[in-house]
Ligand binder design. Structure first.
Ligand SMILES: [Zn+2]
Length: 287
């Protein structure tokens, strides 16, 4: 799933490739992706893209005098840039193609979604704040005014585990399952640590890890073509998705905790005092 760094890189890429160009056609292939109907999807056709913004993990294409085209790629969605779109309309029901946007130059992009859970979403709105997921977003962790005091204030009222808090888009915008693992590894903190137990020193360490992890990921993604971002993200991750591999910091074996629809990875030596966390799935297997 694309998170803040990848969506930021897509924003840069689309700013270079879309701004100043006219959207000639928007072709929805999977109708379920469209979450709004007024204004209609066709309202962005015949309009020039004037700016591309990111709100958390949402991409926002602003059109000249017209509405915004906002999309959330969700868990299995991706954006594929094409210098030359294929001739003829895409056929519904064939493959992961969800929606195609064509420019006057013949270039454009496809939004695709793999798997059976369809969560990719497209909104056409006059104001991005009309998208419920955008309106709910907490502050952007890379904003200039997002300082240590701001993070401390956000976490102060929280009574839950730090992993869940970091992933909550209404608390902090843009961090998902992968980067929360990376941030907690960099901060040397257990994912299950209660936010209310953070000392000022730990909050400071978490803040540093949050900013550094996201900034470095953006640096790695910057200039990488849209098509290669997914591989770039994966290669830059130090613990997420690396169960069984050695920790790049201490060489301990990276462990995981599985949940019904996701899993988290961590290093016991770096993060939990050498103690493996209970994994429900593993405990069940051992019974
Ligand atoms: Zn380690």
């Amino acid at each position: 799933m694309p998170e803040l760094p990848e969506v930021e890189a897509l924003k840069d890429f689309l700013t270079d490739n879309l701004v100043g160009h006219e959207i000639v056609r928007v072709l929805p292939v999977a109708i379920s992706v469209l979450k709004t109907y007024d204004p209609p999807l066709t309202a962005v056709e015949g309009r020039e893209v004037t700016a591309v913004h990111r709100h958390g993990k949402f991409l926002d294409l602003k059109t000249d005098g017209g509405p915004h085209f906002v999309t959330h790629l969700a868990r299995a969605g991706w954006l594929h840039w094409k210098d030359k779109l294929p001739d003829g309309p895409p056929r519904p029901g064939k493959g992961p193609l969800a929606l195609r946007v064509a420019l006057e130059t013949g270039a454009g992009f496809d939004l695709t979604e793999a798997g059976t859970q369809k969560r990719l979403a497209v909104y056409v709105v006059h104001d991005p704040q009309q998208v419920p997921g955008v309106a709910r977003l907490g502050p952007d962790p890379l904003a200039d005014d997002f300082d240590e005091a701001r993070l401390a204030a956000l976490l102060e009222g929280e009574r839950r585990q730090i992993k869940g808090a970091l992933r909550d888009q209404s608390l902090i915008a843009g961090v998902g399952n992968a980067y929360s693992d990376e941030i907690l590894h960099a901060a040397k903190m257990s994912p299950f640590k209660p936010t209310s137990s953070l000392s000022p020193e730990e909050t400071s360490r978490l803040y540093g890890a949050l900013r550094t992890t996201l900034t470095e990921a953006i640096e790695r993604s910057r200039g990488v073509a849209a098509g290669r971002l997914k591989a770039e993200k994966k290669s830059g991750l130090r613990v997420h998705g690396r169960t069984g591999e050695p920790c790049p910091v201490c060489a301990d074996t990276i462990r995981e905790v599985s949940f019904s629809d996701s899993s988290l990875q961590y290093c016991p030596t770096c993060q939990t005092g050498g103690k493996p966390l209970a994994d429900r799935r593993l405990s069940r297997l051992l019974k």
